[in-house]
Design a binder for this molecule. Structure first.
Ligand SMILES: C[S@@+](CC[C@H](N)C(=O)[O-])C[C@H]1O[C@@H](n2cnc3c(N)ncnc32)[C@H](O)[C@@H]1O
Length: 255
């Protein structure tokens, strides 16, 4: 078959569907708490879509696989549910969206997360990702550059571990439920996003034997770098900083 006519199969599309009732109930209960209108990315066969639709708030659904889209349309979930065929990496949640829910296809987790963080029309995102990804993104046991870059605007929390047996086909690793919340009161103004992102990139890419040296190399005053490093455990690295310390370090740059 030519590349042009290649139709990705279930594995390539990351079609590990949720089948565990308890997990579905927990995700939808949290979505209900966060409130609608809703967007669901990567809706699949509708394991989450159906109970989300029953909440009754507007629900905008995106799925790439045309067969799955057609099946969701046939399910006639109600006039408040809009089923869209499309790529989540290109989808912009409509203005007014409160909560975005996604059991993310594992192969696009990081690009989907990057894309989501750049989108502004959502307040909560409930994301199912591989367990290690969920832990890292939530800053458990060390934060990633991407998490640190968005922390002043988006708070992250790890809700629960989801065993691999909750999916069909069963993936090779467990998953986790990640909760991103847009901070009602950001720790930095949006106008500083670009400078702050660059600062975090410099710190993560910086050289130095210890944290104070790395921070100084990224432009933090020596005094502030020593003070912030002294508040962490010995041997701490940039990934060990929390949101408040990142902001304090950014604000302590030499002018
Ligand atoms: C892990 S399954 C989740 C399905 C369903 N939400 C569930 O929880 O059972 C991921 C779904 O994303 C779809 N998908 C894969 N890549 C996609 C993309 N780039 N944009 C939209 N959907 C995609 C797959 O076809 C699959 O239905």
């Amino acid at each position: 078959m030519s590349r042009q006519h290649h139709r990705p199969g279930p594995h390539e599309l990351g079609q590990n569907d949720l089948v565990d009732r308890r997990t579905i109930t927990a995700v939808v209960a949290l979505a209900r708490e966060c409130g609608g209108p809703y967007v669901e990315w990567a809706a699949g066969r509708g394991a989450l879509t159906r109970p989300l639709a029953r909440i009754g708030a507007p629900l905008h659904v995106v799925e790439l696989d045309p067969r799955r889209v057609a099946a969701l349309e046939r399910a006639a979930l109600g006039p408040h549910v809009c089923i869209g065929a499309g790529d989540i990496l290109r989808h912009a949640p409509p203005a007014g969206t409160r909560t975005l829910v996604a059991n993310l296809p594992f192969h696009v987790t990081t690009p989907a997360l990057r894309h989501l963080l750049r989108e502004t029309h959502w307040q909560h995102a409930l994301l199912i990702t591989q367990w290690e990804v969920a832990r890292k993104r939530a800053g458990v046991g060390g934060a990633t550059q991407l998490t640190a870059q968005w922390w002043p605007w988006v708070d992250t929390g790890l809700v629960q571990r989801i065993p691999a047996t909750a999916f069909r086909p069963v993936p090779s690793v467990d998953a986790g439920l990640l909760h991103l919340r847009r901070r009602p009161e950001p720790l930095l103004p949006a106008s500083e996003q670009r400078d702050y992102h660059e600062f975090v990139r410099r710190v993560f890419g910086g050289r130095g034997r210890h944290l104070a040296q790395i921070l100084t190399g990224a432009g933090v005053s020596r005094e502030a770098a020593n003070r912030l490093a002294a508040q962490r455990r010995p041997g701490a690295l940039p990934r060990d900083l929390d949101a408040a310390t990142w902001v304090a370090a950014y604000r302590s740059r030499r002018t």
